[in-house]
Design a protein around this ligand. Structure first.
Ligand code: AMP
Length: 112
């Protein structure tokens, strides 16, 4: 299933890309909910939701988390703090069915 994130990976539509390596790409969310709002996505595998990931993707999932912490440091929010969110399916609020991790920071997070 192709998504708008697939188009970003293939450079068919523009995005403000802040990081790319062999496994993931990270870019600014087009509708930011915080001063820093990045999306970290797998770039070689199209995994629609976390439900579709299995043990073969364990390393990739860990890499997404470690990339988030590095990007938090790069964007100066590691010490002040940040929030990571991965929405799954409709009631989780997922709208794009290409696995992604939200990195949010730069303001006080509320809720929970
Ligand atoms: P989710 O609701 O967890 O599926 O998150 C999808 C996110 O993708 C939302 O925060 C959108 O603002 C963001 N988004 C959708 N299209 C784009 C795009 N073309 N470039 C950057 N972010 C996007």
């Amino acid at each position: 299933m192709d998504t708008i994130f697939g188009k970003i990976i293939r450079r068919e539509i523009p995005a403000d890309i802040v990081h790319e390596d062999d496994h993931v790409i990270a870019f600014k969310d087009v509708n930011p909910q915080a001063p820093v709002h990045l999306l970290i996505i797998p770039k070689n595998e199209e995994i629609p939701t976390l439900n579709d990931a299995d043990e073969a993707q364990q390393g990739l999932l860990g890499h997404m988390l470690l990339t988030a912490s590095k990007l938090a440091a790069d964007h100066g929010i590691a010490e002040s703090g940040y929030r990571l969110i991965m929405n799954c399916n409709k009631e989780g609020g997922q709208t794009v069915y290409h696995l992604h991790l939200h990195l949010l920071g730069g303001r006080q997070m509320k809720g929970f």
